[in-house]
Design a protein around this ligand. Structure first.
Ligand SMILES: [Zn+2]
Length: 105
């Protein structure tokens, strides 16, 4: 039997990963997250994931040319083997996804 994501405890990304501090890139078509505390683009492990939100509609479809089949938010549990950082990141299509993320300051 699968255990609950994060053993049923709350999960929210910490200040270590917010505001652009969590970065990553692809090699082939796989995406890797780099530990925001370690140097040298140290790759983090993904220990678990879970659907955080799933909806049958996507509220932005009527404002965009492209149409999403549904709405979703997935949460991933990150772990750095080098420094031990444990954190969370979410991928979602339930927010506005067009233009710049953060306008030039
Ligand atoms: Zn680290």
């Amino acid at each position: 039997m699968k255990t609950k994501f994060n053993r049923g405890r709350a999960y929210h990304g910490s200040g270590a990963v917010t505001e652009g501090k969590l970065k990553g890139e692809t090699d082939t078509d796989y995406f890797y997250f780099f530990c925001p505390r370690c140097e040298d683009r140290h790759v983090m492990r993904l220990l678990d994931y879970s659907p955080h939100v799933e909806t049958s509609e996507n509220e932005y479809n009527d404002q965009t040319k492209s149409k999403a089949l549904k709405g979703f938010t997935l949460v991933f549990q990150l772990h750095c083997e080098r420094c031990g950082l444990e954190d969370f990141v979410k991928l979602s299509n339930l927010g506005w996804q067009s233009g710049q993320l953060s306008p030039t300051k």
